[in-house]
Write a protein of this length. Structure first.
Lengths: 467, 202
């Protein structure tokens, strides 16, 4: 087949001719229309739907500020701390770029946590959007890696000891652990070798993965279409033009909507950068303004706020708590065998796995299981599409008490986060252990509670009141 | 043509062999990249033993020296401190230093004070939980984050593990093991060598 270029009239504007020239060689207009311009989104989006676009904006901010920081930063244990102070004091406007980057990290997590809350509220992870959700969990993991690797780079006290603790988590793995953490550090302690490889991960390896996952997340979304606050499928109700009657093209409608959200976000973001860039020690910790000292751990070390819920789960796992965990695993296996719709073979598998876990809990240290639980508390999110068995997607048409379950989960998450920044005491440890049970219970019992109760009738059209 | 879809078994074998050879080469290359993560020769060479002069240390004095990038504590314990050690045995997770003795406690320190000379404790000041350096809490008595009957010892600021004055870990704490006693020896009465003993370098 020969190459056919669309013929435009001779008096067409130059811009139209140029676009036509490109479109014949690269699907520029098609990409724009598929991904945004003619992407039909449900018209009943509420303010929860701003956070996807905001996450994209923060990603761009982080990449741009990151590139400019790398121009002045030195990934060398002897020079790193001073080079960050050089950026802050001597590079013209360097403080602004650095504060944009450090505040951007916290903003990224705030935006992403709210974005995930939206998905929980309206069941956005349900069929056919499982892959969107899984790519999203991948993005979240990459983001956590990015934040962890990046936090070592200023080479302050918190950078150093935070990395020391997290890398040592791997040494808890039976048999291969100590060699594995040595391999990750590249030295017997966190050192220049560690700093250099973390720098490579932070500035190139993880960002590449992150961008790939973001592209996959968006392509999957635009393939199946967006969910909405009513949790109904707008594609079930097509108009004569072949587009859903309850959807509108993203451009110009959601372009304007998002631009408005961006203005509000940037107002708050700027206020933080200019007036509270350290956020009272939550965005940038005080101890990180001291150079790393391998001989002295600061008196109180805690991860940055966005990691603290998982960190609390780690700390909650003491050797006495292991007995509670064993009882929990035994009870859960009994529940699976007696009260689930799994096949006989699957129940056998559950019993064998449960038994193996209980034996493992008796054999290996609590330290190892703390690491396992901390990892599980993040990865368990990936199971959402298959754990939720409710007949409706949106919280709007679920039994009212489901809202309280969700609120209890939210409170548990915040309490775990709060406990993670506090010094451990006996009472706080007990509270974090209770919260750990509620946290995992929310997910693991979801197949049962999510289909219990009186569900409300789901409308056939979205709830929408024009302004 | 009808023989378009016939499989030429000779070529199929060549194809499989090529894939296998390519796979082996790919794995070997990946192995090289994975190996670059291991400690470099320079990092390995940097672990030379350290000599410390401990003349003139007062009882209750703690000195920190750097060995392989880690803090090593030298604590001169008073007579009362040493004699109080066996009384704590029932509160400790591993009072006799029996867990991982090869790694944590050299033979000459497998005694109730975990040292060569009863009054001089030599221990790596790195918590066996997740590698923070515990803070010294040598003063006995009630204080924040510590039990009221505190006998003096070390408190890890990260996850609250506590150790006694012989670096032995208390029961039901996140840290599973006692603090490591590095291989060390005396090269004279007041000269301590850390990272080396009669059997050679650690």
């Amino acid at each position: 087949m020969g190459f056919v270029e669309k013929k435009l009239p001779a008096d067409a504007p130059v811009s139209a001719k140029a676009l036509n020239w490109v479109d014949s060689r690269f699907p520029l207009s098609k990409l724009w229309n598929d991904q945004w311009g003619q992407y039909y989104a449900p018209k009943n989006f509420n303010w929860w739907y701003i956070f996807g676009s905001l996450a994209m904006l923060v990603l761009v901010i982080q990449i741009v500020t990151g590139i400019f920081l790398v121009m002045h930063y030195k990934p060398d244990a002897n020079l790193a701390f001073a080079s960050v102070e050089y950026i802050m004091r001597d590079v013209p406007w360097g403080w602004l770029v650095r504060y944009m980057h450090s505040t951007g990290a916290s903003a990224f997590f705030i935006v992403v946590y709210l974005h995930m809350t939206r998905a929980l509220l309206y069941g956005s992870y349900r069929k056919p959007r499982e892959l969107i959700w899984l790519f999203g969990v991948g993005i979240f993991l990459a983001l956590m890696g990015e934040a962890f690797f990046g936090y070592l780079l200023p080479w302050g006290q918190m950078s150093y000891w935070g990395a020391q603790v997290i890398v040592n988590l791997f040494s808890a793995i039976p048999f291969i652990g100590p060699d594995l953490s040595l391999w990750i550090r590249g030295d017997y302690v966190v050192s220049d070798a560690t700093l250099n490889r973390f720098f490579a991960f932070h500035v190139i390896a993880i960002p590449l993965v992150l961008l790939g996952l973001v592209a996959a997340h968006l392509i999957a979304l635009h393939e199946v279409g967006s969910n909405n606050p009513d949790g109904i499928e707008v594609k079930d109700n097509l108009g004569p033009d072949g587009h859903p009657v309850d959807a509108i093209p993203s451009h110009p409608y959601y372009t304007v909507h998002d631009a408005f959200g961006v203005v509000i976000f940037l107002t708050i973001f700027s206020a933080v950068i200019f007036f509270a860039p350290e956020m009272g020690g939550y965005f940038l910790e005080y101890n990180n303004f001291l150079p790393a000292d391998s001989l002295k751990t600061p008196p109180h070390i805690a991860p940055v706020w966005y990691f603290t819920p998982y960190y609390s789960v780690l700390r909650a796992t003491t050797s006495q708590f292991m007995y509670a965990l064993i009882a929990g695993v035994a009870a859960y296996v009994a529940l699976l065998i007696l009260k689930s719709r799994l096949s006989g073979a699957m129940k056998m598998v559950a019993a064998v796995v449960g038994l193996a876990v209980i034996i493992g809990m008796l054999v290996f240290d609590a330290k190892f299981w703390g690491v396992v639980l901390m990892g599980a508390s993040v990865v368990i999110l990936a199971g959402m599409p298959w754990l939720d068995h409710s007949p409706v997607r949106s919280i709007r048409y679920r039994p009212t008490w489901h809202k309280y379950v969700l609120i209890l989960f939210g409170i548990t998450f915040v309490v775990l986060g709060y406990l993670g920044v506090q010094a451990p005491t006996a009472g706080r440890t007990l509270l974090s252990q209770v919260c750990t049970f509620i946290y995992f219970g929310f997910f693991l019992l979801m197949p049962w509670w999510s289909r219990a109760g009186q569900f409300k009738p789901v409308p056939s059209r979205v709830t929408f009141h024009p302004h | 043509m009808s023989n378009d879809k016939q499989v030429d078994s000779g070529r199929r074998v060549l194809l499989a062999a090529t894939c296998a050879a390519g796979g082996v080469a790919g794995l070997a290359t990946a192995g090289a990249f994975v190996s670059t993560f291991q400690p470099s020769e320079r990092a390995k060479a940097a672990g030379a033993p350290v000599e410390v002069d401990i003349a003139g240390m007062a009882p209750g004095e703690l000195r920190t020296v750097e060995w392989r990038g880690k803090p090593v504590w030298i604590l001169k314990r008073s007579q009362e401190m040493v004699s109080a050690l066996p009384k704590l045995d029932d509160q400790l997770a591993d009072p006799k230093s029996q867990r991982n003795p090869d790694e944590l406690t050299p033979e000459y320190a497998r005694n109730e004070y975990r040292s060569i000379k009863p009054e001089i404790l030599v221990a790596v000041g790195i918590c066996t939980h997740l590698g923070c350096s515990p803070t010294t809490k040598l003063q006995p008595g009630p204080q924040p984050s510590l039990p009221d009957d505190w006998q003096g010892g070390f408190l890890c600021p990260c996850h609250g593990s506590t150790f006694d004055l012989a670096g032995r870990v208390y029961k039901n704490k996140p840290a599973p093991d006692n603090l490591q006693v590095p291989r060390h020896m005396y090269a004279g009465d007041t000269k301590l060598v850390i990272g080396k003993d009669e059997k050679g370098e650690a």
